[in-house]
Design a protein around this ligand. Sequence first.
Ligand SMILES: [Zn+2]
Length: 177
Amino acid sequence: MKITKVCCQGCGADLEVDESVRYVTCNYCHARLEVVHDTSVTHTRILEKLEKNTERMAGNLRVIELQNDLERLDREWASRKDSFMVRGQHGHRHMPSTGGSVAGGIFAIVGGIVWMSFAARIGAPMPFPLFGLLFIGFAIFSMVNGASKASSYESEGRDFEQRRNSLIRQIERERRD
Ligand SMILES: [Zn+2]
């Protein structure tokens, strides 16, 4: 058994330790120390501090990972949202809405009815009055299509918000620890 003198990294006290031991607790400050045998000197390293550092690093990595997930989610939703966009009457793109689809559909149906009654009143020849019917059919089709698009857009949007909020909560939790 060979005794060697080391200096505690926590409080500076001189400690006598067996050269064969790897870990020691300081008699004075109770720091857990690792005895490091270098080629020339033997010194100590505080273990708890090290452990805390690695823990903090792991925590940081987790936060970075979660932030990447958040960014990816945002990107995915942005492109998904783009696929839901509908082209409005004036050529501008906007998100589908149930109210907008229904209002547009009713407006178009009324237009078709007006067309048919006008064609009937002036005694237009056949296929003219029928164009109104075709127009109404198309209006109903786009109304249903628009409303279903709007409802899946809304439900996917809610789903996205939920996933996003849970990621943000996780990031906050990791940061707090
Ligand atoms: Zn000490």
